[in-house]
Write a protein that binds this ligand. Structure first.
Ligand code: NAD
Length: 385
């Protein structure tokens, strides 16, 4: 490639939570430039957001439909290459499907869609168009998560027996949606969030992290969802027992009423020969547990790491790398995969290491199975393939 990859953004305007993180992550390695956007459902806000980012006024659009149409008509050497979607969950499918139909590659935030049915339709469209689809389950971007994957999938732990993964947060312990808090308002609204609240918002991160590291797929699960805060319409807490294919067992809990918890994503895995632990709030350390000696601390930036993990480090050991860098690792791989396609060459196989539409379908199947089980009084249900 003799140029940067061009990104258009849907959502992520002024006052949004994750739009800015996407822009920082996409820009970090100098491979991607933001060229246009439809940043809000309100055209005035979209314009103001684009102006703040110094985008030319004629590339800040009133709607994603206008953006797709006008970008499609620009010369090939000038139009955007891919669209990133950072709107609330109920507004993922329509822009993603429209972008694919218009011939644009897509990056989308999680959960991938509003429902499993939409997720399956999107997968059909991705398969049919052959376009590149990435999903920002960003916790899979941390170097120590990649090292955990190499160790777990490489047999270091032996056959995996048990996975305990939790994602506690405390920010929804009161009815803050009633105060107009924007991020809380749509996340707790079944018409905009989907069938689950907390379990869809952060439970899916825990589900995807466990699968990314171990490669194990959920066979069936038994779930309880609770709404603790009076007046709230969706779950703000959930506990799930999991049976993985192959026999491993799991416990997954997610909560948004766990006072004082920030982003306490924490995973512990035990196999026949050892165990692993990784905590998002201490992301540069991975703990390896052995039956015959003291635990070992594996650290980001070190030369002894696997190629997959080293490739995801940018700084020498001891200089903290964090959330933005891990997020950027998804964009970095996506850019390498897309750049290779556009240049007609084969990508580095490790660049294909980012979540895809298949992960998105499983995330939605997880949400649907959890809700079905909880509604049936915590019955065991099979997770759809
Ligand atoms: P938010 O409410 O803060 O921002 C949503 C943005 O979308 C706003 O700028 C809004 O104006 C815009 N928008 C709404 N309708 C639109 C439309 N029709 N066209 C264009 N723009 C429109 O939401 P958020 O908290 O940033 O979440 C956005 C998405 O990102 C959600 O799917 C959420 O689950 C996901 N998210 C992911 C992570 C992560 O760690 N990967 C973190 C936070 C949020």
């Amino acid at each position: 490639m003799s140029r940067k990859i061009r990104m258009g953004m849907v959502g992520g305007g002024q006052g949004s939570a994750i739009g800015k993180v996407h822009r920082m992550a996409a820009a970090l390695d100098g491979q991607i430039e933001l060229v246009c956007g439809a940043f809000s459902s309100d055209p005035r806000r979209s314009k103001a957001s684009g102006a703040e980012l110094y985008l030319p006024a004629d590339r800040v659009y009133d709607s994603y439909a206008e953006m797709l149409e006008r970008e499609r008509r620009r010369p090939e050497g000038d139009r955007m290459d891919f669209v990133v979607i950072v709107t609330p969950n109920h507004l993922h499918y329509a822009p993603a499907a429209a972008a694919l139909k218009a011939g644009f590659h897509v990056m989308c935030d999680k959960p991938m869609t509003f429902s499993l049915a939409e997720a399956r339709k999107l997968k059909t469209l991705v398969d049919r168009t052959g376009l590149l689809f990435g999903l920002t389950h960003n916790y899979t971007g941390y170097p120590m998560v990649k090292e955990a994957r190499e160790l777990a999938r490489g047999g270091k732990l032996g056959a995996i027996r048990k996975i305990v993964v939790e994602y506690p947060q405390g920010w929804l312990h009161e009815l803050i949606e009633a105060t107009g808090q924007k991020q809380a308002a749509w996340r707790t609204d079944p018409a905009r969030s989907g069938a689950a609240g907390c379990m869809g918002d952060i439970g899916t991160h825990a589900e995807s992290l466990a699968e990314y590291i171990t490669g194990l797929r959920i066979d069936s699960l038994c779930a309880e969802l609770t709404t603790f805060v009076k007046g709230r319409k969706l779950d703000d807490d959930g506990n799930v027992l999991i049976r993985y294919q192959g026999g491993a067992r799991g416990i997954l809990h997610a909560s948004q009423i766990a006072i004082d918890e920030e982003n306490g994503l924490n995973i512990r895995i035990w196999g026949e020969k050892g165990g692993l632990q990784w905590r998002q709030e201490e992301p540069n350390t991975l703990i390896l547990k052995r039956p015959d000696g003291p635990r070992q601390l594996i650290r980001s930036g070190q030369g002894y790491l696997s190629r997959r993990a080293r490739r995801a480090c940018r700084l020498p050991a001891g200089h903290p790398e964090g959330f933005i860098e891990a997020f950027a690792n998804l964009y970095c791989n996506y850019a390498e995969a897309l750049g290779a396609r556009l240049a007609g060459r084969k990508p580095d196989p490790l660049a294909l290491d980012f979540p895809t539409v298949d992960d998105g379908v499983r995330g939605m199947a997880f949400i649907e199975a959890v809700v079905k089980s909880a509604r049936a009084g915590a019955k065991w249900v099979k997770m759809a393939e």
